[in-house]
Design a protein around this ligand. Sequence first.
Ligand SMILES: Cc1cc2nc3c(=O)[nH]c(=O)nc-3n(C[C@H](O)[C@H](O)[C@H](O)COP(=O)(O)OP(=O)(O)OC[C@H]3O[C@@H](n4cnc5c(N)ncnc54)[C@H](O)[C@@H]3O)c2cc1C
Length: 133
Amino acid sequence: MARRRALLSMAEIQFAAGALKVQPVHERARHTPAGPQAQKAIAALPMKPLHITRVASAHVMGGCTMSDDERLGVVAGDGRYHGLSNVSVHDGSLFPTSVGANPQLSIYGITARLASAAGAATHRQTGGAPKAA
Ligand SMILES: Cc1cc2nc3c(=O)[nH]c(=O)nc-3n(C[C@H](O)[C@H](O)[C@H](O)COP(=O)(O)OP(=O)(O)OC[C@H]3O[C@@H](n4cnc5c(N)ncnc54)[C@H](O)[C@@H]3O)c2cc1C
């Protein structure tokens, strides 16, 4: 069944990314460790429509986590990528993980703050004129 296969694929992705335990998005699911235990647990989940098998989604965030410590984050506190000084990230991926609530206003807020600071820094560096590429 497609839904069961999707739960297993999602668990495998999370284990591959380093998760020690995964809780599939199913009302009867419990945390399970990787390997045959996860496969067995997901295979045993009942798949009755509507009552206990809802399809849900989440606002996925955290792909470019912000931290001044480059061991903990992809970008620094000003949004600049640690590896390249002329690359900045200004979007929902900066959050440490999904915030669990509607994120759009927070994304607007952090983007406005970082973009304004980046613009002001460029302005200072170029003395007000746009820098030639
Ligand atoms: C159906 C739906 C309903 C939602 N409802 C709400 C809600 O009611 N309230 C709320 O707060 N949030 C809501 N959200 C979530 C909110 O829309 C997102 O969290 C937010 O837009 C994420 O902003 P972002 O800037 O991180 O990414 P995005 O808005 O996805 O922006 C990424 C941008 O990057 C561009 N892009 C991607 N790849 C490249 C590339 N290689 N080169 C150049 N550009 C690229 C894309 O075209 C896009 O414009 C909803 C999301 C969906 C899908």
